[in-house]
Unconditional design. Structure first.
Length: 169
């Protein structure tokens, strides 16, 4: 089970080593994964449980949250594109990533307006806006109105639901 955590003021550190890059070839267990197909997926929970790892499944389908300051991308500074780990949908560019010190990777805008969808989240006695993948409806994280210009948004995402592809130099 992935644990829930809040920003606890842990010290900042920079990560420059490259996280493992998954390719579509490596997603053989998930026939629904594609970085080029953009049609909406409507699969049963049982199907998702078969094609996703247990940790990705728990966050994507049950809205769990990885612990702050533990995800592979919270302080990663590589240049490239972030995709949904469940379905391959393009979500964010590194140009929109910023250091928010909250312990999760944060972005001020998505790649496309339909990259993500929004849902009202009233869990834990708070009113928040949940962010889900626009293709597969996987829980990605939440969006807040305390981000930098030009949008003022902070898309606070779970690293486990992101995959990174570096720009070709």
């Amino acid at each position: 089970m992935v644990s829930l955590s809040v920003c606890n003021g842990a010290p900042n550190r920079k990560v420059t080593e490259k996280p493992k890059v998954m390719t579509e070839q490596q997603h053989k267990a998930n026939p629904y994964y594609s970085r080029t197909v953009t049609t909406t997926l409507t699969l049963s929970d049982a199907v998702w449980k078969k094609v996703l790892s247990p940790a990705v499944y728990e966050v994507a389908r049950h809205g769990s949250t990885e612990q702050a300051f533990t995800g592979k991308y919270w302080d990663y500074e590589g240049r490239g594109t972030y995709f949904c780990a469940a379905c391959g949908n393009m979500l964010f560019r590194s140009d929109a990533k910023f250091s928010s010190t909250c312990g999760w990777p944060s972005f001020f805008e998505t790649v496309r307006s339909n990259s993500v969808l929004y849902r009202k989240d009233l869990s834990f006695g708070m009113e928040r806006t949940e962010v889900v993948c626009g293709r597969c409806k996987a829980h990605l994280g939440h969006v807040f109105d305390d981000g930098p210009p030009p949008t003022g948004k902070r898309f606070c995402m779970n690293s486990i639901l992101l995959e990174f592809e570096p720009d070709k130099s």
